[in-house]
Design a binder for this molecule. Structure first.
Ligand code: UDP
Length: 239
């Protein structure tokens, strides 16, 4: 059963359980997709019913940010913990490297996906990356065809939310892939273009603050965080 946080249903899994679940989707027939909402995306879903439907329609909904975990606890329905998209992706790649599954990287500025592919092949020996494409294309058709031709089992779709979620639902089934994961800015981090917050900040739930200091232009987007907490408090009072 999923845990409801302001209408978004989160799967209550540890990192290990989430990776195992992801691998079982890779190995099953048909198309599946994973989303990793943070409080900002939960807030986007409040205003955009189509985004809410698309997020809740995913086969796996993982709590990316500490804010979601805090929100769930405040509502009296705690989650087992945070499952950051980037760590989930790393766990999945480790398993894919062992089992020979193939990966396609889609998104970020031109050159970044290729750079990420080189780094990831070094980090996960045996990982088979069969294609890459930047996230600034006009037509979906040629990208879907490229994924199909590559024979990728898994695609990391990194176009930012909710664009990537809509993209996966629209184009996933025709791509022939078994699993697509919406992973926001992860390719920038894998490529080394953007640095992830050091462990101390992550462990203390301050990753968002580190990102804000590094990229002050995110302030507009981050104002959604206090709004999220206000909405959670309102929901708690209703309950
Ligand atoms: N992006 C893209 N195509 C677009 C818009 C964005 O490929 O049309 C990429 C952008 O270059 C970045 C990622 O999507 O790599 C979004 O990163 P952001 O930090 O906004 O995502 P978050 O991790 O916060 O969800």
């Amino acid at each position: 059963m999923r845990i409801d946080v302001l209408g978004v249903g989160f799967d209550n899994l540890t990192m290990e359980e989430a990776v195992a679940e992801g691998m079982s989707l890779v190995n099953s027939d048909g198309f599946h997709y994973v989303v990793t909402p943070n409080p900002e995306i939960v807030e986007v879903c409040q205003e955009n019913p189509e985004a809410m439907k698309t997020v809740n329609g995913a086969d796996l909904v993982l709590p990316d940010g500490i804010g979601v975990v805090k929100g769930a606890a405040m509502l009296g329905t705690p989650l087992k913990g945070r499952v950051p998209g980037i760590e989930f992706a790393s766990g999945l790649m480790a398993e894919m490297a062992k089992s020979g599954k193939t990966l396609y990287l889609l998104g970020a500025k031109p050159g970044v996906a290729e750079q990420a592919a080189e780094k990831l092949k070094g980090n996960f020996p045996g990982l088979n990356i069969v294609g890459t494409h930047d996230g600034y294309f006009k037509e979906d058709g040629p990208i879907v065809e490229d994924i199909r031709a590559s024979g990728a089992d898994v695609v990391f779709v990194c176009l930012g939310a909710p664009k990537q979620e809509f993209w996966m639902v629209k184009n996933g089934p025709a791509s022939g892939a078994h699993l697509m994961c919406g992973l926001g800015g992860s390719l920038d981090v894998f490529a080394g273009v953007v640095e992830r917050a050091p462990k101390f900040w992550c462990d203390h739930g301050l990753e968002w603050f580190y990102r804000l200091c590094k990229e002050p232009k995110r302030i507009g987007r981050m104002m959604k965080l206090p709004l999220f907490l206000v909405h959670v408090k309102q929901e708690k009072r209703k309950k």
